[in-house]
Design a protein around this ligand. Structure first.
Ligand code: PMP
Length: 348
């Protein structure tokens, strides 16, 4: 979900953007109005995410999925290898797409553990000539999340699609951080990519322009027409995040929200079950089962009838999932917790 205040602001100014007699989505992307929105979004990402001076903030169409390929295309030069931590569905996709553009391998896989946790640094196998270790900071489908960042002798690259700007990160360990914006920041249509500037000299330059990180960075994400609408909404969401207290506030709110739901699960006497080990549990996507799986369709349907749609787990894993992104108010989670307790009571 996106903050209601942002949706209302978009609605109010959508047809006639600030007295210009046209919508922001009708203006040239070279117009002064759009230019200030675009720069404003970049500046707010820098400010709120504490992006250091030596990194570029770029917006690239194609979502996080395109980054799976672009990353390997750009970084795996000169026979260098890409290491991937296989924490679940999204990490596997990143690895698979990377394999079409370079020499990649799994530094660890949680597959045999049912993807119930993320690894400790000591469990990772990093081969020689490894360019980066790719992690999926939060597995949206499986509900596992890194809390401690891997401590390895190679730079980290992170797909943060589903926990983007929900907490500060230690930039000194990262070369690239990317994510589709459609969970925490904006409607779909763009990926936010933050790249260490010094690596752009070594990324591949013999690619079609749109696939080159250096082209996006040196053109301020204006090599071609940028996706104006999601960037415009993102700028407003970023201002909303700032007004809430920035990333420390997002982090605290996420801990409280997810903590309330995990508490209901853990105190349900086995009625609700979390498939994820507690230290790896996601603060954005709370994945759970009802021990009696036959009750799950009723749970999902009754929740929807009570104004809480979307609790069905991803079709690939089944079960239930409460996605509690940045804009979810605590009251929404409290309503869910109350519903979960009532549902258990009525089932018993
Ligand atoms: N990575 C993760 C962790 C995701 O959750 C998603 C989308 N749900 C993707 C990648 C793919 O993102 P996109 O749809 O923007 O390509």
């Amino acid at each position: 979900m996106l903050p209601l205040a942002v949706l209302e602001e978009v609605q109010a100014e959508f047809v006639d953007y600030r007295g210009h007699g046209m919508s922001i989505v009708e203006m040239s992307h070279r117009s002064a109005s759009y230019g200030s929105v675009h720069r404003g979004a970049v500046d707010l990402v820098r400010e709120l995410f504490h992006v250091p001076e030596g990194f570029d903030v770029v917006f690239i169409q194609g979502g996080a999925t395109m980054q799976f390929g672009m990353l390997a295309m750009n970084l795996l030069t000169d026979g260098l290898k890409g290491a991937y931590v296989d924490t679940g569905a999204w990490a596997s996709k990143a690895l698979d797409d990377g394999s079409h553009h370079g020499d990649v391998y799994a530094a660890w896989s949680g597959r045999d553990l049912g993807y119930a946790r993320v690894p400790d640094s000591g469990e990772l196998t990093i081969r020689e000539n490894t360019r980066y270790l790719h992690i999926t900071s939060n597995e949206t489908i499986g509900g596992v999340q890194f809390t401690n960042w891997p401590d390895v002798p190679v730079p980290l690259v992170a797909d943060m699609s589903s926990d983007l700007m929900s907490r500060p990160i230690p930039w000194d360990r990262f070369d690239v951080v990317y994510g589709g914006v459609q969970k925490n920041l904006a409607p779909a249509g763009v990926a936010l990519v933050v790249i260490r500037r010094s690596i752009l000299e070594h990324t591949r330059h013999d690619l079609a322009a749109y696939f080159r990180y250096d082209v996006h960075a040196t053109s301020d994400s204006m090599h071609n027409t940028p996706p104006v609408f999601p960037i415009y909404v993102m700028e407003k969401v970023l201002r909303w995040i700032r007004d809430q207290g920035g990333l420390p506030a997002m982090k605290e709110a996420a801990e409280i929200r997810s903590g309330l739901i995990y508490q209901i699960i853990d105190e349900s006497g086995g009625f609700y079950v979390s498939p994820v080990e507690s230290a790896s549990r996601s603060k954005m996507n709370v994945v759970f089962r009802i021990a009696d799986h036959a009750l799950e369709p009723h749970f999902v349907a009754e929740a929807a009838a009570n104004g809480m749609p979307g609790l069905k787990g991803h079709r690939s894993v089944g079960g239930c999932r409460a996605s509690v992104y940045n804009a979810m108010p605590q009251a929404g989670v409290e309503a869910l917790c109350e519903f979960m307790a009532d549902f258990q009571h009525n089932a018993g």
